[in-house]
Design a protein around this ligand. Sequence first.
Ligand code: URP
Ligand code: ZN
Ligand code: ZN
Ligand code: ZN
Length: 511
Amino acid sequence: PKFDLVIVNGVVVTASDVSSFDIGIKNGKIHTLAPSWNGNAIRPSWNISRVFDSTTYQVMPGGIDGHVHLCQDLTTGPNPCPLGLGGQCADNFETGSRSAVCGGTTTIITFATQTRAEEDRSLLKVVEAYNGRAQATGSYIDYAFHIIIVRDDKDVLETELPVLVKKWGITSCKLFMTYETMRLQDYQLLDVMLAALKNSITTMIHAENGDMIEWLTEKLESKGMLAPHYHALSRPPSVEGEAANRAIVLAELIENPLLFVHVGSSASANVIRAAQTRGLPIFAETCPQYLNLTWEDLKRFHSPTCFENSKMICSPPPGPDSSDQDALYLGLHNGTFTIFSSDHCPYKYDDPHGKMVGSFRLIPNGIPGVETRLPLLFTRGVSTGRITPQKFVELASTNPAKLYGLYPRKGAILPGSDADIVIWHPEGSLPPFKLTNRHLHHNVDYTPYEGMEFDNWPRYTIAHGKVIWANGELLGSLRDGKYLRRGPNQLGKGVAHFKKDPRRVAAWVHG
Ligand code: URP
Ligand code: ZN
Ligand code: ZN
Ligand code: ZN
């Protein structure tokens, strides 16, 4: 056969195996996989326009980042999104997808956001407007959308969710249990979850107890504890643990699968683990910030009298020390966590709209990390032996593809899959280096991981068979990325789902 590109002698790592393969790529797809042949020689029968000899390089499916905030522009539009608390989302599809590529990611899923404004009632209009933002710049890599739902208008849910699935291939929604202008009450959560379930839409949930946060924030403010790091005290682990437990109880009632996003504490991970052990279809995500940052990092750039924006505010906050980090690594290893995403939510430190005026409560929540996601997990997870290379691929690519209905087009190195591939430096060939924000390609003026040492970085990123990042150089174009319509969650509905129980609510409530 005639190939456009062949990768020979790579150490191909998938979610299940590590073995030496030659990969033949044609028309942007993986066409042929064959055991590496005769040293460095090419099979005589392979007619090849370009060969990539990647002997001893680890070759993996491109990263899939299922949690990226781009163009969630918060100071513009009719109703500024409260998530940003006045900050301006620093990355659009150009700078965000660029940054992703340079860190080995070939697919991103971003958020179209409903607000409580009347003109945002229609989810379809929200998605169309957001799609316009993506098309305005184009994208270096393929992208898809989640929908954030902040109200429970029954007519909209009934008429529009089927269209979102059918026309747009949007098969996941995110719901909030905190943030005054986004949160749903338990009654509303049940309503939206049931509507999502009926349309096979996966429910992502931001599980923090909004009332506890508000109460604690007022207490801290009344005592003059206003500096950025008090953000962490306003959200102790029980805030997350309580909400996770409540969300599970609500979801179990109607037998709705749930995905807990950005799980930051062992309190929450333990609740999730227990539900999974009971056979419930409960999935979970954790993020680099919870494995690599602590409360100390919230203070790094501040003094108690310096009221300015903070670089490290995210919700939930990272834990006080490394003990929760160990618990979260264990969760990556033992399957509690289904996926590993960045929750890239970029605000500039030097954003005039986002300056803290008076209290930590006014600092935009969110930190950048789409580019550092894979290298961090590689350096601190794979190189240290905490997780296997296969687990790495599962968490960072294969499971996101399955969870979000993109497999095996994405997240796999199989004949027929998109030729989206990341190739690392051979072990030990890249001298360990200290990261600085100048290395990165986002539009943010800091990285939370400044000064951290890395021992590897993606050397090549290939998308649709085209090399778009090579040896520190961006080669792609903003026309390379396409919108992805997705199918339903492919990870199953859990065992408890099928239990026969006369008290089972789902038996009659689904009708
Ligand atoms: O602090 C965070 N996580 N900001 C991003 C928005 C969200 O809730 O995911
Ligand atoms: Zn969230
Ligand atoms: Zn400061
Ligand atoms: Zn987020």
